[in-house]
Structures are given as structure tokens and as C-alpha cells.
Design a protein around this ligand. Structure first.
Ligand code: ZN
Length: 150
């Protein structure tokens, strides 16, 4: 079960972001970190966009964050979305990765529930080809620990 229907395009990892996608396949979220200026950045690049250093690492993050902004899609921008109900596209500001924001979806929020600042946590869902994608769900205190341990 996935938030968006099968047939949506899957990621095609590049040299720069392959470790990000590989971690997702293990249900882990890692973000590129500059070990010179000590800032996170995303999307992954060969050098730090803040200080141009090439001394970089991948750091695990909690996967918790909040909705920075969002939109509700009503149009089938891809043939696979034809007949699909309205869906959200969210920009999620991570809690523990400086100003890093990921473009994703909040899989369990109705359009009416979406709001800026909504607390969320990462979850991983298969694309049509089985590739796990990082998506988010509403942060629910009763499911947080169980979800993280699963
Ligand atoms: Zn840097």
C-alpha cells in the first residue's frame, strides 16, 4: 500500500544521492553533512553549498519534522494519478538537520488536516517498482516509539 498509485516514476539514483536512496531501502534517513562547517544540506552535492568543502559525511537523522508548507494536488500531473483522489505534496522541515527540507507527502493526513507546522515523522513506502521512498505520517505520541522500533 502506497500513498500514490503504482506507475508513478521511481528515483534514479546518481553518484551524489545513491547513499541517500540506499539508506531508505533499509528504512533509515541519512542527510549529507559538511564536516568542515558542520552544516547539513540537501539535496546531496559533491561539495558543501555553504563553504565548498569536500569533507562530507552521511549522518542519520531522527526522521521527525514539521510541515513547512504544502499544496493539495487535484490534477493528474502524471497519467498514474488519473482518477486518484486529491493528494498532498508537503515540504517537511527536519527537526535535527539545520534548515534541510524534504519534498514528500504526509500519507495519513486528509486535505483538511494538513497545516503548516503539523508535526510528522518519516515512514517508508514502496514505489511501483518496490523502491522504498521516504514519506511522512502525522506524529502521534502513541505510535511514535512503536513506529521507530518497528
Ligand atoms: Zn560546509
Amino acid at each position: 500500500m502506497s500513498y500514490l498509485p503504482e506507475g508513478m516514476p521511481s528515483p534514479h539514483p546518481t553518484l551524489d544521492d545513491a547513499p541517500f536512496w540506499a539508506a531508505c531501502q533499509e528504512r533509515r534517513l541519512v542527510i549529507r553533512h559538511c564536516d568542515h562547517c558542520m552544516k547539513f544540506f540537501h539535496p546531496p552535492l559533491p561539495t558543501c553549498p555553504h563553504c565548498a568543502s569536500g569533507t562530507l559525511s552521511w549522518r542519520p537523522v531522527s526522521g521527525r519534522g514539521s510541515v513547512y508548507t504544502y499544496t493539495i494536488g487535484h490534477h493528474a500531473v502524471h497519467p498514474a494519478l488519473r482518477g486518484h483522489p486529491p493528494y498532498n505534496v508537503a515540504i517537511v522541515l527536519l527537526d535535527d538537520a539545520d534548515d534541510v527540507r524534504l519534498i514528500s507527502n504526509v500519507v495519513d493526513a486528509t486535505p483538511q488536516e494538513m497545516r503548516i507546522g503539523l508535526p510528522v515523522e518519516v515512514c517508508f513506502e514502496p514505489a511501483g517498482d518496490g523502491t522504498l521512498l521516504p514519506r511522512f505520517r502525522k506524529l502521534n505520541s502513541s505510535s511514535t516509539r512503536a513506529g521507530a522500533a518497528a
